[in-house]
Design a protein around this ligand. Structure first.
Ligand SMILES: [Zn+2]
Ligand SMILES: [Zn+2]
Length: 140
């Protein structure tokens, strides 16, 4: 697969114990469906986040490394400064360099105690579940 941003061949890296496809040039990473499953397996199963995490999304100039369709970008609901690219055909999503760190950092700031940590991790898990549920985006 090639980086949607700069065309560099992606290489396998370990992220939270999961092998993801990362770009050695821009340090972005692609998470595909299998990898989302693995992330979900590690995460908490909580439905509290089933509400619309996705605000409006818009097309980008970048192409899905799987199908070549244009990626779309959405805003991570709580964090309006964080925008993430995804394939609306359900192939996965792209995190630019440090975006995954920003997600974790944002979670960290909410982590006042164990419960909040659980809540933050559930937020991320719920986000992934929401992503996979295809309840946003356009029909295939
Ligand atoms: Zn790249
Ligand atoms: Zn795709």
């Amino acid at each position: 697969m090639q980086c949607p941003k700069d065309g560099t061949t992606l290489e396998t890296r370990n992220y939270l114990g999961i092998e993801v496809d990362a770009c050695p040039t821009c340090n972005g990473m692609w998470l595909d469906q299998d990898e989302l499953d693995q992330l979900e397996d590690q995460a908490y199963d909580q439905d509290a986040w089933k509400g619309s995490l996705m605000l409006d999304s818009s097309p980008t100039e970048y192409k899905c490394p799987h199908c070549g369709n244009p990626l779309r970008v959405f805003r991570y609901r709580m964090y309006h400064s964080l925008e993430i690219d995804y394939c609306d055909q359900g192939h996965g999503f792209w995190l630019d360099e440090n975006e995954e760190q920003r997600v974790l950092q944002l979670m960290e700031t909410r982590k006042g105690d164990i419960d909040r940590k659980v809540e933050a991790e559930s937020a991320w898990a719920g986000f992934l579940k929401k992503f996979r549920s295809r309840s946003f985006g356009t029909p295939a």
